[in-house]
Design a protein around this ligand. Structure first.
Ligand SMILES: *[C@@H]1O[C@H](CO)[C@@H](O)[C@H](O)[C@H]1NC(C)=O
Ligand SMILES: *[C@@H]1O[C@H](CO)[C@@H](O)[C@H](O)[C@H]1NC(C)=O
Ligand SMILES: CC(=O)N[C@H]1CO[C@H](CO)[C@@H](O)[C@@H]1O
Length: 270
């Protein structure tokens, strides 16, 4: 990991947050999903997983202090603060945050595992937005294996399919809602990655935990995917409660020249 550090300043239009517990997304205090309309008088911001009458799914995770981070039990930790606050006399609230670029739902650029690509500038600013936006297939993979060549073969993903989001046991185990990093997550084994490169037209590979590569094949699988500089890896997607099938995916990384990773917002539209 080369955690290029991201430092951004932004306006936070904050309001009173409120928690209605739901079983679907219980993890972040004060940010539980709230639909519009239920209580129109109360000052409660809507927080949703699904928009547009069930047509638009947010497949990004909320950034939170307790979300998992790679190879630590401590989670992401405090990353957001408020240096200028109205309560302390400022004319507006202005918060700041600082995060490793491979935090939460994020994208990997070729420079992540190839130093000569990093030096040559293959950063997140160079990723092809056409690959990151377009028709995509959400598939369930067998729950009892990592993604090997044999598993890839068994999925029968048709030629011509260019964007696939792989939903795995990671979603069932709710690993992204658990603070402790779990190295037993499901991901691509090297032969699975190689099979995908050799036998499919897939250029966008999405997965539901912090790495597309299984921990045992962490670097080898990344090398196979990123060597050709055509495949884009989107990691830690939130794929709960969505039917498998064809959607339009829309993912936009931040424009960060020099960064080999970036937080990314992804949605699926039915
Ligand atoms: C406001 O200022 C006080 C005193 O400097 C400080 O203790 C407090 O943390 C500040 N609050 C915020 C929200 O910045
Ligand atoms: C996937 O591989 C990891 C090691 O990378 C292992 O701990 C885990 O048990 C495997 N998962 C399955 C479902 O075989
Ligand atoms: C309008 C307003 O004051 N919003 C927020 C500004 O920051 C404070 C913290 O200092 C929040 O509590 C307010 O909600």
């Amino acid at each position: 990991m080369k955690p290029t550090v991201l430092l951004l300043f932004f306006f936070l239009l904050s309001s009173i947050s409120f928690s209605h517990a739901t079983t679907a997304y219980p993890s972040i205090p004060g940010t539980t999903s709230v639909e519009y309309g239920a209580d129109t008088d109360a000052l409660i911001p809507p927080r949703r997983e699904v928009y547009g009458n069930g047509r638009i799914f947010d497949v990004s995770h909320r950034y939170s202090t307790n979300m998992p981070a790679f190879e630590t039990n401590d989670g992401v930790g405090e990353f957001l603060w408020l240096p200028n606050s109205m309560k302390n006399g400022s004319i507006s609230n202005n918060s700041e945050f600082k995060l490793p670029t491979h935090t939460g739902t994020h994208v990997d650029a070729p420079g992540h595992v190839f130093d000569h690509y990093f030096d040559a500038g293959f950063d997140v600013d160079t990723l092809d937005l056409e690959v990151l936006n377009g028709p995509a297939l959400l598939v369930d993979v067998p729950r009892d294996k990592n993604i090997t060549a044999e598993v890839m073969k068994s999925l029968h993903i048709p030629k011509g399919v260019r964007r696939v989001l792989f939903r795995t046991l990671n979603t069932d185990r709710r690993l992204m809602f658990q603070k402790e990093f779990d190295s037993s997550y499901v991901g691509f084994m090297k032969d699975g990655a190689q099979w995908l490169v050799d036998n499919t037209d897939i250029k966008l590979v999405g997965i539901d935990y912090l790495s597309v590569a299984a921990y045992d094949d962490l670097i080898p699988s990344h090398l196979v995917f990123l060597e050709g500089r055509e495949i884009i890896l989107v990691e830690a997607l939130k794929l709960d409660d969505i039917q498998p099938g064809i959607y339009s995916v829309h993912c936009l990384p931040l424009r960060l020249p020099g960064a080999e990773g970036s937080p990314i917002r992804c949605i699926l539209i039915k």
